[in-house]
Design a protein around this ligand. Structure first.
Ligand code: RFL
Length: 405
């Protein structure tokens, strides 16, 4: 394919083109650079934008250890909060679930923009990785041959650039283009819609408790996720497709106080709402996550509603497997990692999807307007605090610590 030079340093060929500079794409890029494999990361947004985009915060211990092993967790280990318990609130009472006491394991809380900032700096500034921000109209070509390519419109010149490669890593999230490039008929996309919306809020206010709170209330679910001493994420169950304008400041704080209210609990500390958007809770899984020379990773391959705070963790899991498998193929001619990639990712993906469905009933069942479902949901909630076996099973799934998936 004809290549046209329009950018100061556009490569004509690299072993791997990574589409998307989120946690998945940047982790793949970092693993490749650490092994001396050249690659190009293409991102539609600016660096400033991706370093500020608020999203996840809860990261599982195994994922942090995976980052640490690859030299990517320095700042995180210094600055992230360590969470050892969560608290359920139902029937007007507080029930603290001390998972570290039960399992010896914990969660890390580190806002996703900080993680992305660390990963971009390490990739581009420390490991010398190539990255193009602000690219437009990314297209994939010839994925079924052994010389695929990726083209995009250059943000400076408006001209189309073409980069030949051996592999494409599709890490462009839920709204990207790579999933649509899967050969028709070869991949299946399984979908699930919860029929529930969450108003996702970021408040400039300290958290009212030192841990994650889950309010399972007849008026709807409410959640509190501490992000930092100054910023707290809140969620409020709402109708899917609801307009955030229906949720003025006073209504938000009144609902949070009601749904998170419990005997002896401090009310949420009020503050300006710096993010307010409605998320419709839905999931999808693409199977297999591979088509020819295209390997999908993270939200590009599977979306898990933020109910169980698993999406970033799955994105990192995929990225570790894909980065290592690409290095093994490109430096050692070992194709076993790539051959088993999709299967290895999907086992954890489906396990987390199942947990998310289970948890959804726990969060939303009391507000379903069905007294039978409310009764079974309360029984499920109480069981976590009366049965050590049920508590152990919950802790394993909540922390992602199963010995095998
Ligand atoms: P990302 O982070 O969406 O990154 C994809 C990148 O690709 C770019 N892009 C393109 N680039 C090139 N060409 C194109 N055509 C492109 N189209 C898009 C995008 O600009 C972007 O930079 O996907 P990735 O890397 O797979 O990471 C997935 C995670 O971001 C996501 O799963 C989590 O944020 C989900 N999630 C949570 N996960 C957790 O594990 N723990 C949590 O506590 C948690 N909280 C959350 C969440 C997601 C949320 N939202 C907004 C849905 C809380 C919320 C509110």
């Amino acid at each position: 394919m004809q290549q046209r030079v329009r950018h100061p340093d556009p490569p004509s060929r690299v072993p791997v083109v990574v589409v998307g500079a989120g946690p998945a794409g940047l982790t793949v890029g970092n693993i490749l650079r650490a092994a001396g494999v050249d690659c190009l990361v293409l991102e539609t947004e600016t660096r400033e934008f991706i370093e500020r985009r608020p999203r996840a915060g809860v990261i599982e211990e195994w994922a942090v250890r995976g980052l640490e092993r690859r030299g990517l967790a320095g700042n995180l280990l210094e600055r992230a909060g360590r969470h050892t318990a969560c608290e359920f609130r139902f029937d007007g009472e507080r029930y603290r679930f001390r998972y570290q006491e039960l399992t010896g394991r914990h969660h890390w809380v580190y806002p996703q923009p900080l993680l992305v900032t660390d990963l971009v700096r390490e990739y581009a500034d420390v490991r010398g990785g190539r990255i193009r921000f602000g690219v437009r109209d990314v297209r994939l070509h010839d994925l079924d041959g052994d010389r695929p390519s990726v083209s995009y419109r250059c943000p400076e010149s408006g001209e189309r650039e073409v980069v030949a490669c051996d592999f494409v890593a599709g890490c462009d999230g839920a709204r990207g283009v790579t999933r649509a490039s899967l050969a028709p008929g070869r991949a299946r996309v399984a979908r699930h819609d919860y029929g529930i919306g969450w108003l996702a809020l970021l408040a400039e206010a300290p958290p009212s408790a030192d841990c994650v709170l889950f309010g399972c209330h007849p008026d709807g679910f409410a959640g509190q996720m501490p992000r930092s001493p100054e910023v707290t994420r809140y969620y409020l169950q709402c109708p899917p497709g609801d307009d955030p304008a229906n949720w003025p400041h006073e209504r938000v704080w009144a609902e949070l106080r009601r749904r998170l209210g419990a005997a002896g609990a401090a009310p949420p500390a009020e503050g300006p709402l710096i993010e307010k958007r409605v998320l419709d809770m839905h999931d999808y899984v693409t199977e297999p996550m591979v088509s020819g020379r295209l390997f999908l990773a993270g939200d590009a391959a599977h979306l898990v509603a933020p109910i169980a705070a698993k999406g970033l963790n799955l994105a990192l899991h995929d990225a570790f497997l894909l980065g290592d498998a690409l290095v093994a193929w490109l430096t050692g001619d070992d194709d076993s990692g790539l051959a088993g990639y999709s299967r290895a990712c999907l086992r954890r993906v489906w396990d987390y999807q199942e947990f998310s469905q289970w948890l959804s009933e726990l969060y939303h069942g009391t507000a379903a307007g069905d007294s039978f479902r409310a009764g079974t949901t309360l029984a499920r909630l109480r069981r976590l605090f009366t049965s050590p076996t049920a508590a152990a099973a919950f802790a394993e799934q909540y922390l992602g610590t199963a010995a095998r998936y």
